[in-house]
Design a protein around this ligand. Structure first.
Ligand code: ADP
Length: 419
């Protein structure tokens, strides 16, 4: 039976959360969107990845309520609403309205808001969110194209998004431990406070908070406050001692790296992998004129088992040149469509282990492989686990790495881990 049902407001946020939960050895499934059919083969932790961060409020609320309804069918009685550690939202929402809607469905009188992720430099003190040493509103998040964060105070950010009172459990209370924090929540509840922002500056704070909230039907926050939950649930007797590694057997077959990310780290990773693997470079200008046949022929000419990489990864100058000629959207789409088509071709010809680099690229590849459920395996690098799934009737292993994640030897390390 599922112990915790999680809803994430974007895809990489969902993989981040799923990866952190799987560190405990518990079984974790990631569902891409709300499944069409009722739950089957469920895991201890079920994570549904939505794409509702900047949707109109009514749509985000309707989608998350549908996700909740599906998760309730797994038997879960506790739920987690995951958003970004920089509280990405507008004054309309969607963090607050979704939380209030989920609370109403669950009959929850109170929930917490804790986006802190100390390992990644996100901390909260006196209700103010910091990115490294900068207040949120002075960090690069102030210029985000969709959700510019112009205030660092989480209570002020949350108040216009909700209908009921907002309060704070500050660092001094958290520092006094689980019982003091629970008493503080109860006192706030007496004062009518439904939404409690909770300070956290360290992993120890997050453990205190997770323990204090383990009985709540709804917790909201970044991925880090969920990390202590598996161990806590084990102590509570809700969860058996699992071992994620033992559950997964890497499918035998060929390997392929597909890279559509152009981030600095991915460029270094592609260069490093080209030292040990054969490569084919996709050029958006060539794709526009000649299509994807050259890449397909190259792929089919190589033995499935040979280490190989197909990449569009390029430096900012050549990316800019392609975008000038084709437009940003068309250049990106040509590359994504090509990599998506090559992924299915590779699968049909015996590739069973895929490494994919790039957030948007991962979306395009999982869509073309028709994958809707990923079982989370071992972490290759922080936030990037191996995942196991079925595509077109074949068992495959898939890892989806966004932009700057992983070290230079990530591609070789990832594949090495499966041998
Ligand atoms: P990241 O996780 O690094 O942001 P994404 O896959 O999300 O990577 O985004 C990279 C985008 O750049 C994709 O839309 C991809 O198709 C596009 N792209 C990749 N290579 C090139 C290139 N050589 N020229 C133009 N656009 C490219």
């Amino acid at each position: 039976m599922t112990v915790l049902g999680c809803i994430a407001d974007d895809f990489t946020g969902a993989t981040d959360l799923a990866g952190l939960l799987a560190r405990s050895g518990a079984a974790v499934n990631l569902r891409i969107g709300i499944p069409d059919s009722p739950p089957s083969e469920t895991a201890d932790f079920e994570v549904i990845a939505l794409k509702c961060r900047t949707e109109p409020v009514a749509e985000a609320v309707a989608e998350t309520k549908a996700a909740l309804a599906w998760l309730q069918q797994t038997g879960a009685e506790r739920f987690f609403w995951k958003y970004c550690s920089t509280f990405d939202s507008t004054s309309q929402g969607n963090i607050g309205p979704v939380a209030e809607a989920l609370m109403a469905e669950l009959g929850a009188a109170q929930t917490i808001y804790c986006p802190a992720f100390p390992e990644n430099g996100r901390s909260i003190f006196m209700g103010n969110l910091f990115v490294g040493e900068q207040p949120l509103a002075e960090s690069p998040m102030k210029d985000h194209p969709l959700t510019p964060m112009r205030d660092s105070n989480l209570m002020r950010l949350l108040e216009p998004q909700v209908t009921r009172p907002v309060g704070l459990a500050n660092r001094l209370v958290v520092d006094r431990g689980v019982e003091a924090l629970q008493t503080h929540f109860a006192n706030l509840h007496k004062d009518g406070v439904a939404h409690v922002v909770v300070d956290a500056v360290s992993d120890a704070d997050l453990t205190t908070i997770a323990e204090a909230c383990a009985g709540m039907s709804l917790i909201t926050g970044g991925s880090a406050v969920a990390m202590p939950l598996p161990a806590i649930y084990r102590e509570m007797g809700l969860l058996g001692a699992g071992a994620a590694d033992a559950r997964h057997i890497a499918p035998q077959g060929g390997t392929l790296v597909l890279s559509g990310s152009c981030s600095a780290m991915t460029r270094a990773q592609v260069a490093a992998y080209l030292e040990v693997a054969e490569g084919f470079r996709l050029d958006p200008l060539e794709l526009a004129e000649e299509g994807v046949d050259a890449a397909k022929n190259w792929l089919l000419s190589k033995p499935a088992a040979a280490p190989k990489i197909i990449y569009a990864t390029a430096d900012p100058k050549s990316v800019g040149a392609a975008q000038n000629k084709l437009g940003v959207a068309r250049a990106g789409k040509l590359v994504e469509d090509a990599l998506a088509e090559l992924a299915t071709l590779a699968r049909d010809n015996g590739t069973r282990r895929f490494v994919v680099a790039g957030g948007e690229t991962s979306g395009a590849v999982t869509k073309s492989l028709n994958v809707d459920k990923l079982s989370i395996g071992r972490e290759i690098a922080p936030g990037v686990p191996w995942t196991y799934t079925n595509s077109g009737g074949y068992d495959i292993a898939l890892t989806l790495k966004s932009g700057n994640f992983g070290s230079e030897s990530f591609f070789a390390d990832a594949l090495e881990m499966l041998t």
